[in-house]
Design a binder for this molecule. Structure first.
Ligand SMILES: Cc1cc2nc3c(=O)[nH]c(=O)nc-3n(C[C@H](O)[C@H](O)[C@H](O)COP(=O)(O)OP(=O)(O)OC[C@H]3O[C@@H](n4cnc5c(N)ncnc54)[C@H](O)[C@@H]3O)c2cc1C
Length: 476
């Protein structure tokens, strides 16, 4: 154990109880890992990394005591929710203590439409409870069944629902976060409204989130629809118009090239071989109009199944967002992916990519409210409200070499396609952090000994586990 002494193990065991401490074996390995293997680059870099031990506190008081003990011992401390992140966010770079928050899972839905939750509350528990009370979460990741609400805030960005509500950072989706500092006497730090976004997507480097309040949307009843066409442009024109049509309330609009749709094995009996596919979740009241419009545009209506209430599979969302990549990897294990934001000239950008990398990139598009390109530093990473729907995507890429992947990413930048690079584990290199100085200042306050997930905030000047210099940025 590089940094963790026998004394610390004994102390933590006394605090949380022996059954809640994992010091070896498969359990420690899986508590040290996430879906980093989606990226061949991260797989190479992170495969050998693991924690020295993992603990599962059962209350905020126990968590407080765990953090105090770790702060006194000056060991790396890494928060963990559902472990579904895909950039190695909760993989310890220097060993240390993984703190699994799954036992802190209480939440309530308030009558004015807010979920107030402990960090480990699963979105898969919150969403059905919200719906039973007449609400739904504004956006949820496609991993909603397993992922924790704090992990979504600290490691995710948006998802199902983002076509209406934008991402986590958009509008007033977040009401507050409460963090526990990692020091000898841990303190609660509460950040409200815009200030809460300072902690957004910081991979557990800026304090342990112990409570999160997110605003909900009034519940809608949805139909799940799939349309197919052999004509990509025809499908794109219709999907783009449907996605931007405010008269059709929606929770999802995604389009897939035919070879991607072919990997959705359980859906093959509905899909049409060789045809591209569009997946929509629309409010039931507009289903007839949406279907009639699609038929008039010459699209094939392949699937029309209500989303059951209470929630019960099948969910077409299981094939969307980054679940798409999972399906592709099942059929083509050597593929990988990118996370892209396209411009208003998206048709031209698609054509350029397909000309330059024929057969190497397959398009998976999704439409979201808010245009990241217009984000301003003074908005603290928040997307502006009332913005038009923009096209993002998680294209899949036939992986050849890391150099080739870099070449593709560089070319995307050249033609104005924004890439949130999923092949890096440092938060600055993986996305947009216009407010990174505020994030460093928050870390100064909540992590005075620089123990929290060390190495993940690359521009933070102190890392006691790697000498004076911050680690090299991980790069594709
Ligand atoms: C198949 C697949 C599909 C996905 N789809 C989406 C998607 O649609 N949208 C999306 O945004 N993401 C998506 N992701 C990424 C990920 O699933 C989500 O971001 C998810 O919400 C993360 O939650 P988690 O509980 O699993 O977090 P974890 O992986 O456990 O943690 C994520 C990060 O948050 C930190 N963290 C966790 N809890 C705390 C806490 N209490 N305090 C401080 N830091 C904490 C961890 O240290 C880590 O850095 C997908 C991933 C996969 C593998």
């Amino acid at each position: 154990m590089a940094f963790v002494s026998e004394n610390l193990v004994a102390e933590l065991t006394a605090l949380v109880g022996a059954p809640q401490v994992v010091t070896a074996g498969e359990s420690l390995e899986s508590l040290s890992k996430d879906f980093y293997w989606y990226s061949p680059v991260l797989k190479r870099q992170l495969e050998e990394k693991r924690a020295d031990l993992a603990v599962r506190p059962g209350s905020v008081d126990e968590l407080r005591a765990v953090l105090a003990a770790c702060a006194r011992a000056r060991v790396p401390v890494i928060p963990r929710g559902g472990g579904t992140g895909n950039y190695g966010q909760c993989i310890p770079l220097y060993g240390g203590v993984v703190v699994d928050l799954s036992r802190l899972d209480k939440f309530e839905i308030t009558s004015d439409g807010v979920v107030r939750a402990e960090p480990g509350a699963r979105i898969g528990s919150i969403e059905p409870a919200a719906r039973a009370a007449g609400w739904e979460m504004r956006c949820i990741p496609s991993t909603w069944v397993k992922s924790s609400i704090a992990g979504f805030f600290c490691g995710g960005s948006g998802g199902i629902g983002s076509i209406t509500w934008g991402g986590i950072a958009s509008a007033d989706n977040v009401k507050s976060v409460t963090l526990l500092s990692c020091e000898e006497t841990p303190r609660l730090v509460r950040l409200e409204e815009r200030a809460a976004l300072t902690a957004l997507h910081t991979y557990g480097t800026t304090g342990f989130m112990v409570e999160l309040e997110m605003r909900l949307a009034p519940k809608r009843d949805y139909d799940q629809l799939i349309f197919c066409s052999a004509d990509w442009e025809r499908l794109l024109a219709w999907t783009d118009a449907a996605a931007r049509n405010d008269a059709w309330p929606k929770r999802l609009a995604s389009q897939f090239e035919a070879p991607i749709a072919a990997t959705f094995k359980p859906l093959q009996k509905h899909l049409r071989e060789g045809e591209h596919a569009t997946f929509l979740l629309v409010e039931k009241s507009v289903t007839a109009a949406v279907v009639a419009s699609a038929e008039a545009a010459g699209l094939n209506v392949c699937y029309r199944v209500p989303l059951s209430d209470p929630l019960k599979p099948p969910y077409i969302t299981d094939y969307t967002w980054n679940h798409t990549t999972l399906w592709v990897l099942k059929t083509h294990p050597t593929y990988t992916y990118l996370q892209a934001g396209f411009g208003d000239n998206f048709r031209e950008q698609f054509a350029l990519l397909q000309t330059r990398f024929p057969g190497e990139i397959l398009l998976h598009l999704m439409w979201n409210a808010g245009n990241p390109k217009t984000m301003r530093a003074e908005d603290d990473g928040r997307l502006l409200t009332g913005e038009a729907v923009a096209i993002g995507g998680i294209p899949v890429v036939a992986f050849r070499t890391e150099e080739r992947l870099r070449e593709i990413i560089d070319y995307c930048a050249e033609i104005g396609v924004f890439i949130a690079n999923p092949h890096v584990y440092t938060l600055e290199d993986g996305g947009r952090h216009p407010n990174i100085a505020a994030k460093r200042a928050l870390k100064d306050d909540t992590d005075p000994h620089a123990l929290l997930n060390p190495g993940k905030m690359r521009t933070y000047p102190r890392n006691p586990f790697a000498g004076e210099a911050p680690p090299e940025p991980a790069s594709a």
